[in-house]
Design a protein around this ligand. Structure first.
Ligand code: ZN
Length: 100
C-alpha cells in the first residue's frame, strides 16, 4: 500500500508540474520534460521547478522582502518596481491608485 500511495503522489506532482508549466507559458514539450523529470526524481526536480519556474503576471513575490528602499514600490501585477506615486504602473499599465 505504501508503494501505491507514493506512486499516487508522484503522478499528482507530475501532473501539477505539467499544468503549472503550461500556465506559466511553457510549451507542451518543455512542460512534458519537467513533468517526466519530476516523476523520475521528485525530490530533485519538484524543488528545482519551484525555483526555476517563471513568475506569472499578478503573482506577488514577497513584496515585503523585495522592496529595497523607501519610495520605491512593487507593482502587484507585473512585479516591477516603480518610483514615486504614479496613477498607473509604467511597465504594465496596472492602475495603482485602486490598490491603495
Ligand atoms: Zn505593473
Amino acid at each position: 500500500m505504501g508503494t501505491l500511495i507514493a506512486l499516487a503522489i508522484l503522478v499528482a506532482a507530475s501532473a501539477w508540474v505539467y499544468s503549472d508549466a503550461k500556465t506559466r507559458g511553457k510549451g507542451d514539450g518543455e512542460a512534458l520534460i519537467w513533468s517526466i523529470l519530476t516523476f523520475a526524481l521528485l525530490i530533485v526536480f519538484l524543488p528545482l521547478w519551484l525555483i526555476m519556474r517563471p513568475v506569472t503576471p499578478g503573482e506577488v513575490v514577497s513584496p515585503t522582502l523585495a522592496v529595497p528602499q523607501g519610495g520605491v514600490k512593487l507593482c502587484a501585477r507585473c512585479g516591477k518596481y516603480y518610483d514615486g506615486d504614479p496613477s498607473f504602473c509604467p511597465n504594465c499599465g496596472e492602475s495603482l491608485q485602486a490598490q491603495a
